[in-house]
Ligand binder design. Structure first.
Ligand code: SAM
Length: 341
């Protein structure tokens, strides 16, 4: 096990398999056009699997596949099968917008995927069309249902709540999760790269979410989660047993227990979602460095890790968007859709 400066282990890895997405959510990809990673720079499945093996060797037992939209990567179940065959893997999950999930759920399960998290910000197709420029709301709902049928549960639903966009659906989204047996997690709107329109007034804070849920459904009981102290979501239980979560990265950052790092689809490794610089792992992979040499690079970098990006943002006076569009065009690896969320 490798620990950073604050004693945080290198525990979980988010592997982005593409920077492309088939939605244009206003909090992540609001622009008309993007600078994409060059095709030749994208890691092959063999390279992704090899990197995963090196991270697992350093103690990272959990892997989450993400993107962009990971289901846009051709033949994803093949990668899932390669990763699932690694004996030291503790958990293998996928975060998706759900549009293509119905057609892939059974194959992903069969290949060894354990769980999925689906982003669902609204129950209204017209809203999704206006906010995320996609008319595929029906497919998202079918994808969620197919994941449940395929045994990719417990299915989690992620809802980014934004004042003036979907804050009037806070209770409806929870009711939807409750009715279908899926765990809803509210996510505070974050000022990550890509969120060029971020304004602090549009963040609906954890405290307000809890107040509204309690007023409607009764006492909200916090749940201890001793099994996974580094999990980003705080979990709560309603009197009827419904469990939901809140990821309060803006008003109550969890940097002190964050064990996550991210590899972009072109093999750049970031030790924090807010980190300015990443480490290029593609070059050592392609130059023929051994696993032990790459593990050594990772170990040395993690032992120097002192990131606490969300906590530092909390102390920023006149907090606004992290990057303007020119800064993102200059380096697309600053984008949330490249880092994987
Ligand atoms: N396309 C997939 C999806 O929609 O889940 C995976 C990639 S997406 C970047 C991963 C997660 O990041 C999603 O749950 C999304 O809602 C979240 N996300 C993106 N931008 C965000 C922001 N500004 N604040 C909070 N969450 C954000």
């Amino acid at each position: 096990m490798v620990n950073d400066v604050f004693g945080r282990p290198l525990g979980s890895l988010r592997l982005s398999v593409t920077d492309r997405c088939n939605m244009r959510c206003g909090y992540c990809m609001p622009e008309e056009s993007y600078t994409w990673l060059p095709k030749a720079s994208l890691l092959s499945f063999e390279e992704l699997d090899r990197l995963a093996g090196i991270f697992l060797g350093l103690g990272a037992a959990k892997i989450r596949l993400t993107g962009g939209e990971p289901l846009l990567r051709h033949d994803l179940p093949t990668l899932v099968r390669m990763l699932a065959a690694r004996p030291s893997l503790g958990d293998l999950a996928l975060t998706t917008n759900g549009i293509l999930l119905e057609q892939h759920a059974a194959a992903l399960k069969e290949a060894g995927l354990r769980r999925v998290t689906v982003s669902l910000d609204t129950l209204r197709p017209d809203r999704m069309l206006a906010f995320a420029r996609s008319n595929r709301h029906g497919d998202v709902l079918k994808g969620i249902a197919a994941a449940g049928r395929a045994g990719l549960g417990p299915v989690k639903l992620n809802s980014v709540i934004i004042r003036g966009f979907n804050d009037d659906e806070v209770l409806d989204l929870l009711s939807f999760g409750r009715e279908h047996g899926h765990e809803l997690r509210y996510i505070e709107y974050m000022d990550v790269g890509g969120a060029t329109r971020w304004r602090k007034e549009e963040v609906v804070p954890r405290a307000e979410l809890l107040g509204r849920v309690a007023a409607r459904f009764g006492t909200v009981e916090p749940l201890p989660d001793p099994g996974s102290p580094s999990a980003p979501a705080e979990r709560f239980r309603l009197p009827d047993g419904t469990v939901f979560g809140i990821i309060a990265s803006v008003t109550a950052p969890f940097c002190s227990s964050c064990d996550r790092s991210r590899v972009t689809a072109d093999g750049t490794w970031f030790s924090c979602l807010y980190a300015e610089q990443g480490m290029d792992l593609r070059e050592p992979l392609r130059l023929g460095r051994s696993d032990a040499e790459i593990a050594d690079l990772l170990t040395q970098a993690w032992q120097r890790r002192s990131d606490r990006g969300a906590e530092l943002r909390l102390g920023t006076p006149d907090r606004g968007a992290l990057y303007q569009i020119a800064g993102l065009r200059a380096d697309p690896r600053r984008e949330m859709h490249t880092r994987g969320g």
